[in-house]
Ligand binder design. Sequence first.
Ligand SMILES: [Zn+2]
Length: 372
Amino acid sequence: MSAIRRNGDAVDGERLLDTFFKLVAIDSPTGHEEAIGAELKRRFTEAGCNVTMDEHGNIIATYPGDRDDTLLLSFHMDTAGTDVGITPQIRDGVIYSDGTTILGADDKSGLSQVLELLHLLNEHKWPHPNLEIVVTVGEEQGLNGSRALDKSKLKAKWGLVFDAAGGVGAITYWAPTSVFMTITVHGKKVHAGVEPEKGINAIKVAAEAIANMPLGRIDEETVANIGTIEGGEARNIVPGEVHMVGMARSHDQSKLDAQIAVMKKAFEDAAAKYGARVDFEAEEKYRTYKIDPSERPYREATRALESLGIEVIHRKSGGGTDGNVFNNAGIRCVAMCTGMVDEHATTEHISIEDLVTAAKVLVTVVTQEQEA
Ligand SMILES: [Zn+2]
C-alpha cells in the first residue's frame, strides 16, 4: 500500500459514492425506518461494530478503539417528508434527485461517510477513540428518536453530529430552543341566520388574537409562527372551534419564554373579550445549546478542518439536530456539515467533491493525534 500523507486522503470516493447511492435507494420517510434500519444494522455489524437497536428503532453501533476515550458520532436514518422512490442523478459532479423528490442526502451523506470511516479503520488500523455511533429514527419530526433514546447508556462525554447542511467547513456551535404550540379556541356554535347573537365566533377570536401578536422575526435570536388554522363547519354556522399549530425558536431561552407568553396572552385576551375559552399548549421539542471554542468537540473539529486546509466557519444555526438532545443530556457536541445543500427540498443536492471532503473531515477528526 502506498504511503498516505494524511489519513483523510485514504477516503475511497467510488466506494463512498456507491454506499451513498445504495442508502438513498432505500425508502425511509419518518415512521418507515424498518428497511433502512435493517440495512444499517447489517452494515455496521459487517464493519465490526457491536450493534444494538432499542425499542424505538434507534441504532447504537460501538466500534472499539485503543484510547481511553469514547467519541459519539451522531446521524439519523429517516428522511424528511413522505417521498419514496428516490432516483439520484449526477450532473456536472453534483448528485440531485430527479426533481420530483428530495434527495435524502440528509442524512444519508453522513451515514455513507461513517461507513467509509469504518472501512478505513478496518483497513489501516489507525489509533482512534472508542466510537459510539448513534443513528436515530424520527429525527425529522422533532428529534423523536434521540429524545426517546436512553442516553444514560452512552459512555461518550463529547461528540460530533454529522447532519448539517452547507459549506463543509462550518461548525455549528450554537442552536436554538424550539417550542411547538397547539392552540384551540372554543367559542359557541349556533345557527348564523337564526340566532347569531347567542354564538361566539371562534374564528373571529383566533383572528383577533393572531393579528395582535408579534410573529415572524422577533429579534436577532427569536422567530415565531402560526403555521396552520382550521375550524368552522358551514357557511351558516357560527364556528364553535378553531385549531391552530405554531412554533417559536430562540437562541436565548428568556426571549423565547417571553415570546410564548405574549402569544398566549394574545389568545387569552381575545378569548376574554368575546367570552370564549382557549387551550394553549406549548411543548419544548429541543433546547438550546452553545459550545465554547475551548470545549473538546469545538477544538477537535477546528483542528481537523485546519489540518485539511479547510476554512473554519463558526455557525449559529436556526434549527436543531440530535445534538441539542445529546448536549442537554451532558454529551457536549457540535454539528458538522456532510456536504448536503437545500435539504428537505426537491432541489436538495450534494457535490461528489463535498461528499468526499466531509468524509475526510470525519476520518481526520476521529484519527488525528489526541491533544496533550
Ligand atoms: Zn438531518
